[in-house]
Design a protein around this ligand. Sequence first.
Ligand code: ADP
Ligand code: KDG
Length: 311
Amino acid sequence: MPEVVAAGEAMVLLLAPQPGYLRHQAWLELRVGGAEANLAIALARLGFKAGFVGWLGQDELGELVLQRLRAEGVEVSQVRRLEAPTGLYIRERLPGGRGRVHYRRSGSAAAQMIPGAFDPDYLEGCRVFHLSGITPALSSGAAAFARWAMAEARRRGALVSLDVNYRSKLWGPGPARAWLEEVLPQVDCLFLSQEDARLWEASGLELLRALAARGPGHVVLKQGRLGALALVEGCCFESPAFPVEEVDPVGAGDAFSAGYLAGLLWGKPPAERLRIGNALGALAVSVPGDYEGAPSASELADFLQQQTFVE
Ligand code: ADP
Ligand code: KDG
């Protein structure tokens, strides 16, 4: 059984290879994405037994996603296929540099997920169960699925990890905040980005303290080029980002969260977990694609060693 399980919607990604409007692209790169799948792949590459659970279509896109997860060493025995489309999303980089996504995921197989979507005994022996705030935005059934899965993981002694991953194209800030605040008592490790933090009025350490007061022992704020800030069991930790050239920022947050969780599973202290998270985030942004920059354990060690010489 996997020691880490991530649940959510894995999708096909069509990535515009050149900056500029989608309408001017001659072709799109066929890739795979989805926040929780990205995280599972990053942990599998680091050598963890990582599993992914979620529903995919019985279509060719579902086949592509499943084969990619398998090829990356992710355990997929609980992935169910059904007569519904596999989610798809397209990414372009607008003139001026801002990224934009177009989702084709409404009514997708993953949006049909409900409590019982996988055998909960799959979580026996699982140390970390991860999901994101994207799943509850897919449908009311998927929101119920997320709550059910968290409860099943907790019951079996897994640490529950949640990345806020607020997606304004899927739901509004009010329902997102309400759902998140409702589940916070079930969450052990909460990740949020600076954009996610705008869901609340408070910011910085004040926000981390307010969120921690609702339950999570770890609240980690990802700060892009500024690195990361965390409140772990009441103590504050901060770690700067690594200086790299940013080629594609998407997926950095998933990589960071995977790095932090890897550090936790390796028994590293909080400051080192943030450093590993920052390393995975830096490696993610330096290549195109959602997860392709994720390193193996030895590639991570090489990167960290090189940085020690630079610092
Ligand atoms: P998200 O992708 O969830 O919005 P961030 O943009 O904060 O999250 O990125 C996650 C992490 O990735 C950051 O905390 C940092 O460690 C790393 N990162 C992101 N952008 C850069 C960058 N331009 N240079 C170096 N590291 C980066
Ligand atoms: O964090 C990266 C994700 O945003 C990307 O993989 C697609 O899951 C995705 C989403 O819902 O935006």
